[in-house]
Design a protein around this ligand. Sequence first.
Ligand SMILES: NC(=O)c1ccc[n+]([C@@H]2O[C@H](COP(=O)([O-])OP(=O)(O)OC[C@H]3O[C@@H](n4cnc5c(N)ncnc54)[C@H](OP(=O)(O)O)[C@@H]3O)[C@@H](O)[C@H]2O)c1
Length: 255
Amino acid sequence: MTGNMVFDYLLIGVFAAAAFSGLALFFIDAPYGRHKSGGWGPKINTRLGWVLMESPASLVFLYFFLTGENNTSIVAITLLVMWQLHYFHRAFIYPFQIKVKPGDSVPFMVIFMGGSYCAINGFLNGSFISMYSDHLNNEWLTDPRFGLGILLFAFGYYLNKKSDQILRDLRKGGSTEGYKIPYGLGYKYVSMPNYLGEILTWTGFALAAWSLAGVSFVVFTMANLVPRAIANHKWYLETFDDYPKDRKAIFPKLL
Ligand SMILES: NC(=O)c1ccc[n+]([C@@H]2O[C@H](COP(=O)([O-])OP(=O)(O)OC[C@H]3O[C@@H](n4cnc5c(N)ncnc54)[C@H](OP(=O)(O)O)[C@@H]3O)[C@@H](O)[C@H]2O)c1
């Protein structure tokens, strides 16, 4: 806890929201992608939706990082680079890489809820590093948690991006819809290695920053992605007769 009431209550709120949404998502599939369904209110263009939803995580983080005091240490800058490597790509590049049907749209409610969380998450993690972390100084450079965190982040980042690319390649040749069975890399073991990569990315970041704000992000990500991975895995098994039966949903050999 930092003593800043806004920060502390938002942090507690994220843990509470993760518990709530984790539970809810076991019963309701978020209405986008293969689980799209009607009745979720007004919609917005899919690519624009991704930009609006993810950009607050990049921009709000940057703002609070720059307005704090600890923003020139090598450790703080490394964490900034890690965050932006993921979020600059996710907000401003990924939305233009995905293969979507012309005119495809997503419920505005999904974008609003996701974007609000991204803004809060950017605030918590950006301001923690630059305002509330006494330990993120030059001594932290040799702490094993920093090094291990960076390695885990790099592995998760590679797994996430490469797995998303394998999915995009399934729609090569101008195809913008339809689903095929993905193979290779993490798909040998699980149906959703991109989600596993995302969880490992933020576990690495939380370890490198050694912060509760980072932990809240891991918990929130897991609350969203584990139920979705289970639903997607079930969908693959029901949709494709020849789907590999030894694949798990998200954690190799476990779940
Ligand atoms: N941190 C978080 O809380 C969080 C939350 C959500 C997502 N994410 C990240 O955002 C990224 C996208 O998430 P997502 O839920 O959209 O992932 P996804 O369901 O795996 O879909 C990713 C893209 O691949 C397409 N696709 C999926 N399976 C396919 C298949 N079998 N054949 C052909 N195309 C396929 C999808 O098309 P359709 O849209 O047509 O299905 C979509 O364009 C992932 O990297 C994920 O980790 C993070």
